[in-house]
Ligand binder design. Sequence first.
Ligand SMILES: NC(=O)c1ccc[n+]([C@@H]2O[C@H](COP(=O)([O-])OP(=O)(O)OC[C@H]3O[C@@H](n4cnc5c(N)ncnc54)[C@H](O)[C@@H]3O)[C@@H](O)[C@H]2O)c1
Length: 374
Amino acid sequence: MKIGVAKEIKPDEYRVALTPAGAHELARRGHDVSIETGAGDGSSFPDSAYQGVGARIVSVDEVWADSDLLLKVKEPIEPEYGRLREGLILFTYLHIAADEPLTRALADSGVAAVAYETVETDNHALPLLAPMSEIAGRLAAQAGAYFLEKPLGGRGLLLGGVPGVAPGRVVVIGGGIVGYNAAVIAIGLGANVTILERSIDRMRHLDEILSGRVSLVMSSSLQIDESVKEADVVIGAVLIPGAVAPKLVTRQMIREMKDGAVFCDVAIDQGGCAETSRPTTHSDPVYEVDGVTHYCVANMPGAVPITSTKALTNATLPYVEEIADHGLREAVARDPALARGVNVLDGRITYEAVAEAHNLEYMPLEDVLPLSPV
Ligand SMILES: NC(=O)c1ccc[n+]([C@@H]2O[C@H](COP(=O)([O-])OP(=O)(O)OC[C@H]3O[C@@H](n4cnc5c(N)ncnc54)[C@H](O)[C@@H]3O)[C@@H](O)[C@H]2O)c1
């Protein structure tokens, strides 16, 4: 298969959809890999690194026009809509339930659009979202520690303390992938860590893997109120799948937090879990409300493109290989997780939540692409 990798043109996006190691793997399997000029630059992968493993460096026009399978990181933006076409398989983050113009552009073009974020295993894991949550969780603990520094408007507290001086307190609301990873780094820094979670099963699991190193507490508004008051860093990491984040931290709770404490709302991409949260960017990451520093960057992994690109490729490569080796029809017949990733095909919306979001007709994938069992 002809596999192309386009350069990201969205502002502040430095990731690329394939590492040279991934390109090598695909080339080794007999596929023809083309990389758009400079696509890897933001992640410190120069064109020569791809050429060295047998990939070709091509122009933007060629990568879009000549590929059978086009790999990207972010959804196409308007200047790219005209490049969508029938016969192309596009594999990328799409998030089109929140983007009607793109949904229509994909459907009108006839492209086969497979979304990283809806690839879903039978046990409801989202393998292509998880690596970004891991990174965001780890970054959240780092950001919390950093913005506690006095010159940055923080309390002036070293999160880990030193022998003879108590460490700071970190409260993580939501003990999923983001919350677990935030806790791991905060523990590593020496902080005193509490995770508030509402799933007993999840808490049992956290107890097994973090045994004794964190306090695990059932989440309730009273408990959040009490914990947040005592915290030096609060990390918002809740998710209710498919819904906007619940506003668990009220303005009043923020008012009662310590002066110079940090509130890091990772759930900001789902609207944020505090009444005082609003999205920020890497170039201007924080603002202050009632003496509390708010860090609410909506695309945290973008700050560490080298790590994010490698983590993303690690997760996507097996699915890229499935599509490339078997073609989309057979690949989705073999793998139901990948089939759930198909959002738009032959002008039809094949992902129910997307159709519902835009009042468009939904057509199950098996009706658009009759699947023969393998
Ligand atoms: N800002 C960024 O750059 C960025 C990057 C990655 C993920 N995220 C976001 O981070 C959030 C968390 O993602 P995740 O992958 O960890 O999700 P996850 O599903 O793995 O974890 C969410 C956890 O929140 C818990 N939860 C739900 N309601 C709760 C409540 N009332 N109190 C306490 N816990 C509650 C759930 O039980 C679950 O364990 C999501 O909104 C995700 O989109 C943001």
